[in-house]
Design a binder for this molecule. Structure first.
Ligand SMILES: Nc1ncnc2c1ncn2[C@@H]1O[C@H](COP(=O)(O)OP(=O)(O)O)[C@@H](O)[C@H]1O
Ligand SMILES: [Mg+2]
Length: 426
């Protein structure tokens, strides 16, 4: 079989498939999607014939429509997913035709202003920017949303859940959670200014509110401590580093701790902390991780923590603004499979984190991100203000001393940690 990806409009034009509506105006999104495939030359040749996608079904989903398409043999879903922006731009092209849903008329109050109201509905439809999500599960699923996702979702106490579930972001329908006891770790990436540190701050604060007695942290903040300074005197913060050399010491100490916990439950015949009924979890949170990526021993330590930490309850969260193959090495990716990516400056950077393009096409909105667990979802991460963080962490500030005093102090105050926090005040 000869398979050849066509790349020109002419090829698609020559193809002239009966199931591709290529003449006359494309008046709805389903037709537009098929037209975009034809015009972009997304076709393959099989046994001398040109083939392209077939629209199989469409269904209403929350806030939009999902189109399910079948790909011909030999067409790569990844290539289409990587060119998501072509589909999005095509669907947003201004045209004199708009899709009118008869249900829109239900909102119209039939008085003398009716015409004005209808005009407004039409204008709103013309200027609304549609957003799309694509994934492939044997069929290509293109979800077209009529309205963009909210630009800000404020953090509130009712986002809190039990166990080790922390909010990731709102996906139009609901808040999605990342359960650290199931998924263990997270890589965070994004161009500066779009929400990485804010997300890490929210994550740390949420964990402290939920599990004040059981959570502890090693915080590595390589931006001169600018981000995690506010947490450094909390009793839950066991180690804190702002320099790459300190970072290495911290990672080595974490590895030692991890081994002890490991040996403890293994010797009692358990295979992990959950089985052993151990409630404590330790989070290793690294902001601006690219600064330690040059030191292979740090990356090796982190990769090892990513691999062994899951059984021992040691969970790494690694954030970087430069997701290159050096700052996010393949071994680390293998051991830290879940990702949260804010907008990135190129498809290559996106591929380094998500293994597919897409993060470069996110709108330039702080907090807008792609969360990849099994599949990718676009979310708006919850925004927690500095003031909220301050109020939440204040009851946990215990020392104003040097770093070396911190560990001794923490050991002595083990029993005093068992003080529940009232987060209703937030
Ligand atoms: N989830 C969010 N919702 C709304 N605004 C946000 C959100 N996250 C970040 N921001 C805004 O973007 C700014 C930069 O975010 P920051 O986390 O410092 O970015 P980064 O660490 O990626 O450089 C913040 O000061 C805040 O004003
Ligand atoms: Mg930052």
């Amino acid at each position: 079989m000869i398979v050849e990806i066509g790349s020109t409009m002419i090829m698609a034009g020559v193809a002239g498939y009966s199931y591709l509506k290529t003449k006359g105006p494309a008046t709805n999104d389903g037709e537009k999607i098929q037209r975009i495939f034809a015009n972009s030359g997304w076709t393959v040749q099989e046994d001398g014939k040109m083939k392209t996608v077939r629209m199989r079904r469409k269904r209403k989903i929350e806030g939009g429509t999902e189109y399910v398409l079948q790909l011909p043999l030999g067409m790569s879903s990844k290539e289409i997913i990587d060119k998501q922006n072509v589909l999005e731009d095509g669907l947003n092209r201004r045209s004199k035709y708009i899709e009118f849903d008869p249900r829109d008329l239900l909102q119209v109050k039939w008085d003398k202003t009716a015409l004005k109201q209808i005009r407004k509905i039409v204008t709103d439809k013309k200027i609304a920017r549609k957003e799309i999500e694509i994934d492939f599960d044997g069929m290509l699923r293109i979800r077209v949303y009529n309205q963009p996702l909210a630009k800000q979702i404020d953090w509130k106490g009712d986002l809190l859940r039990n166990g080790w579930k922390v909010p990731i972001g709102f996906n139009r329908k609901e808040m999605i959670y990342h359960d650290f006891d199931k998924l263990y770790s997270l890589i965070v990436a994004g161009t500066p200014g779009y929400g990485k540190s804010q997300y890490l701050n929210m994550l740390i604060t949420t964990l402290i509110i939920m599990q004040p007695q059981n959570v502890s942290f090693s915080l590595i903040d390589l931006k001169e401590g600018a981000e995690f300074n506010k947490f450094k005197d909390l009793k839950q913060v066991k180690r804190y580093a702002t320099e790459p050399e300190e970072a290495k010491n911290v990672l080595e100490a974490v590895q030692e701790d991890m081994k002890k916990v490991y040996q403890d439950f293994i010797s009692k015949g358990y295979s992990n902390v959950k089985e052993a009924g151990i409630k404590k979890r330790h989070f290793i949170i690294i902001d601006e991780g690219a600064d330690i990526a040059g030191d292979q021993s740090c990356i090796d330590l982190l990769t090892e923590i990513g691999r062994k930490g899951r059984a021992a309850g040691f969970y790494p969260v690694y954030a970087t603004q430069y997701p290159t193959s050096r700052s996010v090495p393949i071994d680390m990716k293998r051991n830290i499979p879940t990702r949260l990516t804010f907008v990135l400056d190129s498809g290559t950077a996106s591929s380094n984190v998500l293994d597919q393009a897409g993060a470069e096409d996110l709108p330039m909105i702080p907090g807008r991100a792609i969360y990849k667990n099994v599949r990718c979802q676009t979310v708006q991460t919850p925004y927690m203000s500095d003031e909220q963080i301050k109020v939440c962490v204040k009851p946990h500030i215990t020392i104003k001393g040097k770093d070396d005093q911190r560990e001794q102090h923490l050991d002595k105050t083990e029993s005093s940690r068992k003080r529940p926090l009232e987060f209703e005040k937030v």
